[in-house]
Design a protein around this ligand. Structure first.
Ligand code: FDA
Length: 503
């Protein structure tokens, strides 16, 4: 990484007036590397050639964030905001641009969750994890939940910024569909709420992607009702048991089921695992399964009844886990030892059976990856495309996520990465097109990167990736960016460019 120049020292000098020195780390401080590594989830971005921050700042209150932005602007140091560090391309803590002078603003100390069970609302700080949010909601009431992602260590800040979906998406939509207010530090260092930031910016921060509009410090959300008993199942079907037929049928069935039944599929090697959350009892689920999806040959022995909050660790961490495990912010060491490559697609027309047979044969190749299929329909599709920046709504049958992992000790992942790219190319005829839609939170820099022209990210160049993530909402996002950050201080390789100042 670049050595600190005198202007960067100006950053430290400027900060010293407003932030206690023990909250600011330079590359030479002993805590710098462990802190940098603390929430990195993709270790391929923790190597000798990774472009690292010059500083890490760990604010403990809003004024520290305001000072970091003001000082950063004054001294030519950019900030990259990190909440949970789960960015697939590591953009919250590393740059693709050698020599970029930047600080990581690590929000992990700003992670309060305040639940008002009577009003069924909560304020959650961006540095909280989804697990901490779910835990607090579950503590407050066993009849309230929140619709967001599966992995408990994902950060609220990045997750909400890109949309956020999980097992409740058919019943209640995205995380951002339940956001009612937010607190934002803008590029001038101002502390703004829903009213003072204005409706365009408030629209933009709910799904328009992290890092583009400022630092979101906290979010007020509506909590959603869940029944006292939910039912969970996971039914594996192998290729020899007819997985190709069952997945082919699933495409029609899953997006059209009653909204309290969500069945996703993980397809890996030669097995399709049907993973489900049903908002009700096993007795209520059985007749729905036998009338709507008899091909799965589902029966009572597969049912597991529990509370909603118990289902959260059960589904993601396994049957041996507990609700307290939701508070564990550090993932197992084994996760840190695997690099990965991921990307996404949206399917609007069911893929024919013979193509599925072909897909299964590709998943049997050496070094093949896996597919996760999340069905849409019901509430997620009922929200108009322009209501939030997230445009993948009516007409989407399901989202596909492709992933491939490799042990960091075992190589650079070139073979596994190539597999994902080849598979993505193979899938082109069967998925959405013009644009080929992708989910922002499954960030993939292969979809395109910003080009900086005259010290501002180019609107034109950003269209390449922008239309895939946001369709026609890209332009309105760029207009919101012009309002709140016309100079493009908050930027990364896939941040929204300002429109007004652009050539
Ligand atoms: P991170 O801190 O890396 O931030 C991501 C981006 O947002 C960066 O550009 C960052 O600068 C910016 N940012 C972060 N905090 C910000 C803030 N407060 N204000 C402004 N910008 C901010 N998704 C999903 O929808 N459903 C799921 O079930 C899952 N599951 C899942 C599992 C695992 C293991 C991973 C690694 C990822 C997922 N995801 C997911 C994807 C996840 O939603 C996505 O990576 C989020 O952006 C992660 O948010 P973090 O705060 O952890 O990321």
């Amino acid at each position: 990484a670049a050595a600190a120049s005198s202007s960067d020292d100006g950053f430290l000098q400027c900060l010293s007036a407003s932030i206690p020195s023990q909250l600011v780390f330079t590359q030479s401080s002993p805590s710098f590397t462990p802190l940098l590594k603390s929430s990195i989830r993709n270790p391929k971005f923790f190597t000798a050639s990774t472009v690292r921050p010059l500083y890490i700042v760990t604010p403990t209150n809003a004024s520290h964030v305001q000072a970091a932005v003001v000082c950063g602007r004054r001294s030519g140091v950019r900030v990259r905001v990190r909440s949970g560090g789960h960015d697939y391309e590591g953009l919250s803590y590393r740059s693709e641009r050698p020599g970029e002078a930047f600080a990581v603003l690590d929000l992990s100390n700003l992670r309060a969750v305040r639940v008002d069970a009577r009003a069924a609302t909560a304020w959650v700080d961006s540095g909280a994890t989804l697990g901490e949010l779910y835990y607090a909601v579950g503590k407050a009431s066993n009849l309230l939940g929140f619709p967001a992602g599966l992995c408990p260590t994902v950060g609220v800040g990045g997750h909400f910024s890109g949309g956020g979906f999980g097992m409740l998406l058919r019943k209640y939509g995205l995380a951002i569909d339940s956001v009612v207010d937010a607190v934002l530090v803008d590029a001038k260092g101002r502390l703004l709420n829903r009213n003072t930031m204005g409706s365009d910016v408030f629209w933009a921060i709910r799904g328009g992607g992290g890092e583009s509009f400022g630092v979101v410090l906290s979010w007020q959300v509506k909590l959603v009702p869940v029944p006292a008993t939910v039912t969970v199942f996971n039914v594996p079907v192998s290729a020899s048991q007819g997985a190709v037929d069952v997945v082919t049928k699933w495409q029609q069935v899953a997006p059209a089921l009653p909204d309290d039944l969500f069945i996703r599929v993980v397809v890996q090697q030669q097995t399709a695992s049907f993973q489900s959350l049903f908002l009700g009892t096993c007795d209520a689920l059985l007749p729905v399964m036998s009338s709507r999806f008899p091909e799965l040959r589902f029966n009572r022995t597969s049912c597991k009844e529990m509370t909603w909050i118990q289902s959260v660790p059960y589904i993601y961490l396994g049957s041996g886990s507990t609700v307290e495990d939701l508070l564990n912010r550090t993932t197992a060491a084994s996760v840190f030892s695997s690099g990965y490559k991921a990307t996404s697609d949206y399917v609007r027309q069911a893929i024919p059976r013979d193509v599925w047979a072909n897909i299964f044969s590709k998943l049997a190749q050496p070094n093949a990856g896996l597919m996760i299929l999340d069905p849409y329909g019901a509430q997620i599709g009922a929200v108009p495309e322009s209501a939030t920046p997230f445009p993948h709504r009516a007409g989407v049958l399901y989202n596909i996520q492709y992933m491939n992992f490799w042990p960091m000790a075992g190589g650079d992942g070139a073979v596994q990465t190539k597999w994902v790219r080849d598979f993505y190319a193979f899938m082109a005829p069967y998925v959405s097109s013009n644009p080929r839609e992708a989910y922002f939170n499954y960030r993939d820099l292969d979809l395109g990167e910003n080009v900086v022209v005259g010290n501002v990210s180019s609107y034109q160049a950003g269209m390449v990736w922008g239309h895939k993530y946001f369709k026609d909402n890209y332009q309105r996002l760029a207009m919101a960016k012009s309002q709140i950050d016309p100079d493009d201080y908050f930027r990364n390789e896939q941040s929204i460019p300002p429109l007004a100042n652009n050539k």
